[in-house]
Design a protein around this ligand. Structure first.
Ligand SMILES: *[C@@H]1O[C@H](CO)[C@@H](O)[C@H](O)[C@H]1NC(C)=O
Ligand SMILES: *[C@@H]1O[C@H](CO)[C@@H](O)[C@H](O)[C@H]1NC(C)=O
Ligand SMILES: *[C@@H]1O[C@H](CO)[C@@H](O)[C@H](O)[C@H]1NC(C)=O
Length: 698
């Protein structure tokens, strides 16, 4: 335990006060400061961080703050930069604690992450800022001229709102020839005075004596208050009013209705007539109590005249005075204790909240701190705090009436992005009161979903000879994340098709996923290829997935039939091919065969053969699909020896393509009979034939 002292000058009154700090032993670092009331705003109470042995640099990040029990006023704040507690608003000890000798403010220093609480007690010392006051403007006394020397006349007390040394310390009387003053101490430390007759009065000489009574407090410098005493010199004698009790006590439930009689005081005076008529008044009362209680001058009933709130003040101490008509008075005290009624529902304060919370927080993470206060529960009576079911959050009781709000499972923004969390606090009154508070919480996005393609794979069919730039197909991937975390871009995975980069075949629009052909395709070159498309989101780091797009090229009838036999070679080498047909060939015998192919496929390559021109129509036929040339009847002597056929070969495409070829037949058994082949040249053949090739079909 240690104690430090600061001295600060109190500007207007040029007084010196001591601010002291005390570290309370055994109470986990809790502190106590003592400061004078009425310090200026911004004045430093003490360095809390230093006094608790903490580093002030952590205060801001741990959201350090001073909480005063109850919420009406703050009075002090913590400066999170320096760690100092400073005055935030005027502290008037008399307003705060009225006549209580000990006056203090109980703070909690709250730090978060982790939650840490320290009790800080700020004790308010009285400053002599109130002067003694008498309850009336003058004191009237009626004294019989026969009163003997030494007769005493008790006087009304003055009162001073300050306490202790700053309360009333003495009385003095202006110098005069008849009276002196006797000053006595009361049991409670206050002072009262009596006039003492020093020299007998003579009504014939003086009907009235005026004196000045001064009450002085013990402040530095002292303050004082005065009242004139008017003494009327009479012929009668008096008795003092006497209270039935020196102290009256009553207990009053808060919220008692106006007009409720709290208690009745009574004093009796032995005198007869006006001298025995007692009237009552409050002699010392705080401003607050004066707003709540009245006294009936005649009956002595003390009644409620304002709202009684246990949470404002739990007891009142009021001085009362009974006076008789000739101004003799006596004093007593009343204590009114206010009893608590469960009239306050607990109040839920959200001390901190992480909002929004990222969806990937692990279960059990603390996201907020809640404090529940119940003004009825003077100390720390338990308050039950619950959360609505079916939300992934719970409340963990922490220090005192603090609860931490934690997650119970993982959050998924893509499923639920906002929560309304309703917290209900219930006190333990006989008829419990409760209140609830709804906290709005948003879940913020984390890039936890990769783009997902709509289909597991894609197939595209493109007819060959397509236009470069034409679209082939389009792929789509969806990503449920938020904004850039869910924005999808498409690209091609580099690869090769037939040794050529795939990018020279197709390209993809990064935003739309539409795939375009870069060049024209040739079915006869290749019939299909595969492309890998990657969909990537814009998160950091990005997530991606890929899909295979198979591109199938479909055939178009872009190739004419090609004659393999009779070989076109013959044409190129300027030679003809001639088939020999035996003279004895019978009807139906095979004389030759045209062989043709088509580079296309399917119908586009399904060939049919037709004789379009012949020397002797009716002598030869050709198989429609076989290309076989056969004699249609027996060959006779009369048939011409040279027979020429023009054959058309046609595919079945839409539209179809065709080629023609010529077949030269020679009906002969002997090669020697071959005539001038030159004559056989077909008119349509535009070549000048200079050589002959004769092939015998055996
Ligand atoms: C939360 O409450 C507000 C109104 O207070 C309502 O508009 C909103 O739909 C609620 N949200 C959820 C997730 O229940
Ligand atoms: C995207 O996710 C990251 C974490 O993966 C997060 O930090 C960021 O805030 C998210 N963006 C949006 C727009 O929510
Ligand atoms: C494509 O996706 C598969 C599984 O979906 C993954 O194994 C592979 O690594 C991905 N390829 C690239 C290049 O991203």
């Amino acid at each position: 335990m240690w104690t430090g002292f600061w001295i600060c000058s109190f500007s207007t009154k040029l007084l010196f006060f001591t601010i002291s700090v005390v570290r309370l032993p055994g109470s986990n670092g809790d502190l106590s400061y003592t400061i004078p009331e009425e310090m200026k705003r911004g004045a430093v109470v003490g360095n809390i961080a230093k006094d608790l042995g903490m580093d002030s640099r952590g205060l801001l990040s741990r959201k350090a703050r001073l909480d005063l029990k109850g919420t009406r006023k703050r009075f002090c704040d913590i400066n999170v930069q320096s760690g100092e507690a400073v005055i935030a608003e005027r502290i008037d000890r008399e307003e705060l604690c009225s006549s209580k000798v000990s006056c203090s403010l109980k703070y909690e220093l709250v730090l978060e992450e982790p939650l840490e609480l320290h009790q800080i007690l700020v004790q308010i010392q009285d400053v002599n800022d109130n002067s003694p006051r008498f309850s009336s403007d003058e004191i009237k006394l009626e004294i019989h001229e026969s009163a003997v020397r030494g007769t005493r006349f008790p006087l009304k007390e003055a009162h001073d709102l300050d306490v202790g040394r700053n309360g009333i310390q003495g009385y003095s009387l202006e110098k005069n020839e008849h009276f002196t003053l006797a000053v006595h101490s009361n049991a409670d430390g206050g002072k009262r005075s009596e006039l003492v007759l020093d020299k007998e009065l003579d009504r014939e000489q003086e009907q009235e004596v005026t004196l000045l009574l001064t009450a002085t407090d013990g402040g530095t410098p002292p303050r004082s208050g005065t009242v004139p005493i008017h003494v009327t010199v009479l012929d009668a004698n008096d008795n003092l009013p006497v209270f039935s009790q020196s102290v009256y006590k009553a207990s009053l439930p808060e919220n008692s209705p106006l007009g409720t009689v709290v208690l009745t005081i009574s004093a009796t005076d032995a005198d007869e007539g006006a001298n025995g008529e007692v009237t009552y008044e409050f002699s010392r009362i705080s401003d607050r109590a004066a707003r709540l209680f009245t006294i009936d001058k005649i009956s002595g009933e003390v009644k409620v005249s304002g709202p009684i709130d246990f949470e404002d003040e739990t007891e009142y101490e009021i001085g009362v005075q009974a006076s008789d008509a000739s101004g003799l008075a006596s004093n007593a005290k009343i204590f009114i204790e206010i009893t608590d009624v469960n009239d306050n529902a607990p109040v839920i304060f959200l001390k901190s909240l992480k909002n929004p919370v990222p969806e990937n927080m692990s279960p059990g993470t603390e996201i907020g701190i809640i404090n529940v206060q119940d003004e009825d529960s003077e100390g720390d009576r338990p308050v039950r705090c619950t959360i609505q079911p079916n939300v992934p959050f719970k409340l963990n009781p922490s220090i005192r009436n603090y609860f931490s709000l934690v997650t119970t499972s993982e959050l998924d923004r893509e499923q639920i992005s906002d929560y309304n969390i309703t917290i209900t606090a219930t006190d333990d009154g006989v008829t419990p009161l409760s209140s609830s508070k709804t906290i709005k919480l948003s879940v913020s996005d984390v890039n936890d979903n990769p783009p997902v393609f709509k289909h597991q794979s894609y197939s595209a069919y493109v007819t060959e000879n397509n236009k470069p730039g034409s679209s082939v197909c389009s792929v789509t991937a969806r990503d449920p994340d938020w904004r850039q975390n869910g924005t999808v871009f498409y690209s091609l995975l580099p690869s090769e098709v037939n040794g050529v980069p795939v990018s020279s075949y197709v390209s993809i629009n990064g935003d739309t996923g539409v795939i375009h052909a870069v060049r024209a395709f040739d079915y006869e070159q290749f019939r299909s290829f595969k492309v890998q498309v990657v969909a990537r989101d814009n998160g950091s780091p990005p997530l991606s997935s890929n899909v295979t797009v198979s591109v199938f090229i479909t055939d178009e009838n872009d190739n004419s039939p090609q004659i393999l036999y009779p070989t076109p070679e013959g044409l190129r080498t300027n030679s003809f091919m001639t088939e020999m047909v035996p003279k004895a060939a019978l009807s139906g015998s095979l004389v030759s065969k045209v062989i043709a192919v088509d580079a296309d496929s399917g119908q586009n390559a399904w060939l049919s053969y037709q004789i379009v021109k012949s020397t002797d129509p009716g002598l030869f036929t050709i198989g429609l699909h076989s290309g076989e040339i056969r004699a249609q009847r027996d060959i006779s002597e009369s048939d011409s020896m040279k027979q020429n056929l023009v054959i058309s070969v046609k595919d079945n495409g839409q539209p179809s393509l065709s080629t023609t070829c010529a077949v030269y037949l020679l009906i002969s058994d002997n090669l020697a009979e071959v005539p001038e082949l030159k004559d056989m040249s077909y008119e349509e053949s535009n070549s000048k034939l200079t050589s002959y090739l004769i092939i015998a079909l055996v």
